[in-house]
Write a protein that binds this ligand. Sequence first.
Ligand code: SIN
Length: 301
Amino acid sequence: MTAKTHVNIRKLTGRIGAEITGIDLRATISATDAAMLQEQLARHQVIFFPGQHLDLQQQKALTAVFGPTLQLPYVTPMESDPDIIRVYKGADEKGGVFGGDWHSDFSFLEIPPSGSVLNAHRLPPFGGDTLWASQAAAWEALPDALQQLLLGRDAIHVGKPYGVKWAPPVKEQSGAGIQMTRGDPTADRERRHPAVLQHPVTGRRMLYLNPTYVTRLGGMSEVESAPLLDQIQRHVTRPEFCVRYSWTPGTVAVWDNLATQHYAVNDYQGYERLMYRTTFSGPSPRDMAAVPTNAARNAAE
Ligand code: SIN
């Protein structure tokens, strides 16, 4: 059966995020609806579908609308399906949450995920929201001097902090909702991506920076880069460029991982939260580099 579509799209803020109702994602998604969903994602950068209650196969079918599913380093996926990560925090778990710092997903990979899908199953009675920041809106409002400094420049991304910071030795992980491994040579190494991308659908330019994995800008040391990266990151996460989403069970979200950063809020101690996450791939950031209008300023290293 094909989904019956009377779609309603409600923007959640002036810059990022829309809620889409009137489409049943449990049914087969038609080519017309797939094209509409891709366009809405490109336009709003994160889209939310309340009340869908997708099972995992339906979630994978939705994911495939946006690109081939991707398996990821460090995080241990579900045993029954390596394409799915069970994002779980138990009521008795103390400490951090998965994704509890501003980041975009796995930007240290040669071809990072183009986007992700998060499917809310069990939620705390309050809290457990997720925030997204638009790196496109942030670029558009960035002072000219910073735009000029970043255009045509690479940023250096390293996955190693992921393994080291978030993957404690296995014996310390017992009881944790998510298991992680350390020391993945394909992910621990440095990778360069353009600091500014151009979206292939909308043509909008957008920052591609990541406070969790970017260690420095091309042609600069870590010490030289740090104050600039801090300043830009404060700008990216200004409330004007963010949407904060309060989940309800059965809601599914899809986000553009190259156009946004996100942050899982860890404020529901004593309650459990269960989400299922899938990830899809797309073009390489290198092929999306925003071309500077003047001479390339990437310092040769
Ligand atoms: C993540 O994908 O970073 C987790 C987001 C969340 O659990 O809200």
